[in-house]
Every structure is written in structure tokens, then in C-alpha cells.
Design a protein around this ligand. Structure first.
Ligand SMILES: Cc1cc2nc3c(=O)[nH]c(=O)nc-3n(C[C@H](O)[C@H](O)[C@H](O)COP(=O)(O)O)c2cc1C
Length: 262
């Protein structure tokens, strides 16, 4: 599936090949839906949609509209940074209640939101090369259906890539840590190391992990300010998470955060 997605993304691909790849993709989706009951949307930019009644062309068109706008994030709040810092703790048990789409918006903005017209973000980045990508594994969010979403920094939006609650499967990739299943959402940071190593060489690898730490701390503090609990999770199998999220081959999962109501 991943090599198929990759080949469909290659520039200059002919219409015939694109059509053939789309047919194969549709067959694969059908099999996925029949076997798991879940539709893997692949990359929405590549035209993968779950509604099998629609033509491929319709799917291609729909896919460009598949962005879900997030509420505008608040740039001011009620809790001081000192209070958030002094209260912050890793929280592993959560109330069985949904969080809001506004909460999701705030957390993703804290993670990697754009804060300037020049493209700078909430978290620092070596050379402003921004190697991190952010995925939302949603299982209990008001006004948002369960599934896996890719955060679109440009436009502060979500793009759905899978329409099943994957919290339990994600937990299985992480030694069955129960906070991942019990959380309302899990945030998965992935990295395209090449964006940074192309400039900084091997040193860039360290920079990417440092950046994941910056982004995760932003989420911890933001969560504290809106009364949510977070737990950082570094113990997981990269290849299993990559497969679950159907990541492109150049993207590696680096950090997971479980988030829920306290
Ligand atoms: C890189 C990193 C990886 C971590 N991985 C896990 C993990 O897999 N599971 C877990 O329950 N906690 C994990 N934690 C959370 C630590 O256990 C926690 O930060 C530590 O106990 C200190 O507690 P505090 O965060 O409440 O101050 C991780 C923390 C960091 C920084």
C-alpha cells in the first residue's frame, strides 16, 4: 500500500498509470473495509475516499475538499505560564468524557501551529526547516468523528486518513500502555528527518528529536491551561506505528502523547 501511495505521488505520472493505480487503490480500500470495517483514506491529496459508490473522478475531486477546518485557536488564556509549569504532570488516567474540537484545535496549534505570516510556528525549529508532522488519533471528541487525522499546519485544519478509532491499535504498538486507549485523543509526532539532515547532516538527527521535545512540552503546557492531562510516550515500536498510520516511507514516528480529561 505504501509503495503504491508513493508511486501515485511521483511527479509526471501518466493519466493511464494514475487510473490504474486508482483502481488498485479502490480494490485495496474495498478489501480493507470488508476485513476491518475501516476505510483507510490514504493521502487525501491523492484522492482516496471511502464511499465506494462514487466514481474515481468524484473521489479525486472530493479529496481536495476533505479538509476539516479547526476553530481559531486562542492566543491568550486564563492560566499564567508559571502556573502551567508548576502544575504540569504526566497524567495516565482520564475521565471517560469527550474533549471538544476547540481543545483539539488548541493542542495542535500548541504543537506546531503557525504564528507568523513568514511561516514560523509555536515551537522552534533548527533552520526553520520544520521536520515534524502531527497526527491526531481521535476516539472521543465532540463534533469530530473517530479516526486518524493529519494536521494541516497551513490553514489550521485536519485531513482525515482513516475513519476508525485506532486508540487500541496504537496502544498495541506501545506495549499495550492503557493510557493510549483511555485517552480522548492521542497525538503522534512523526518526522521527515531529511528536511533537517539535508542542511545539518548527522547533527540534524539530534535536532529533530530536540524539536519533538519542544513541541511535546508545548502540548503539555497548553493542556494544563485548559484542564486536560497528557502523558508522553516514547516506548513504542516505530515500524508498527508507521504501518498503523500508513506513513509515507520518509516519515518516522518519534513521539506519542495521550490526552484526556482529568
Ligand atoms: C522521552 C520520554 C519518554 C517517555 N515515555 C513514557 C512512556 O512510554 N510511558 C509512560 O507512561 N511515560 C513516559 N514518559 C513520561 C515520564 O515517565 C514522566 O515524564 C516522568 O515520570 C516524570 O513525571 P512528570 O512528567 O509527571 O513530571 C516519558 C517521558 C519522556 C520525556
Amino acid at each position: 500500500m505504501r509503495s503504491l501511495l508513493k508511486s501515485r505521488r511521483a511527479p509526471g505520472t501518466s493519466t493511464v498509470r494514475t487510473g490504474r493505480a486508482a483502481c488498485i487503490a479502490l480494490i485495496l480500500i474495498t478489501v480493507t473495509v470488508l476485513v476491518t470495517g475501516c476505510a483507510d483514506y490514504g493521502d487525501a491529496e491523492q484522492g482516496m475516499e471511502p464511499n465506494m459508490e462514487k466514481s474515481t473522478e468524484e473521489k479525486m475531486k472530493q479529496s481536495t475538499d476533505a479538509r476539516i477546518a479547526l476553530p481559531e485557536p486562542e492566543a491568550t488564556g486564563g492560566m499564567s505560564i508559571e502556573e502551567a509549569l508548576s502544575r504540569r504532570r504526566s497524567v495516565r488516567s482520564y475521565r471517560d468524557e469527550p474533549i471538544t474540537l476547540a481543545d483539539v484545535s488548541q493542542l495542535l496549534w500548541a504543537a506546531q501551529g503557525r504564528t507568523s505570516s513568514d511561516g514560523f510556528r509555536t515551537a522552534p525549529s533548527a533552520g526553520a526547516l520544520y521536520p515534524l508532522e502531527v497526527y491526531l488519533v481521535a476516539g472521543s471528541v465532540d463534533l469530530l468523528s473517530d479516526g486518524v487525522y493529519h494536521y494541516q499546519v497551513e490553514g489550521h485544519a485536519l485531513r482525515k486518513i482513516n475513519d476508525c478509532d485506532q486508540r487500541r491499535n496504537l496502544s498495541a504498538c506501545a506495549l499495550d500502555q492503557s493510557q493510549i486507549t483511555d485517552a480522548a485523543i492521542d497525538i503522534v509526532f512523526t518526522a521527515v528527518f531529511e528536511r533537517t539532515t539535508v542542511k545539518y547532516g548527522d547533527r540534524g538527527v539530534q535536532y529533530v528529536y530536540i524539536e519533538a521535545g519542544h513541541a511535546a512540552q508545548n502540548v503539555y503546557l497548553q493542556a494544563e491551561a485548559i484542564n486536560l492531562g497528557v502523558c508522553a510516550i516514547g516506548a513504542f515500536y516505530e515500524d508498527e506505528v508507521s504501518e498503523l498510520l500508513a506513513l509515507p516511507e520518509d516519515e518516522v514516528p518519534v513521539y506519542i502523547l495521550s490526552v484526556g480529561k482529568v
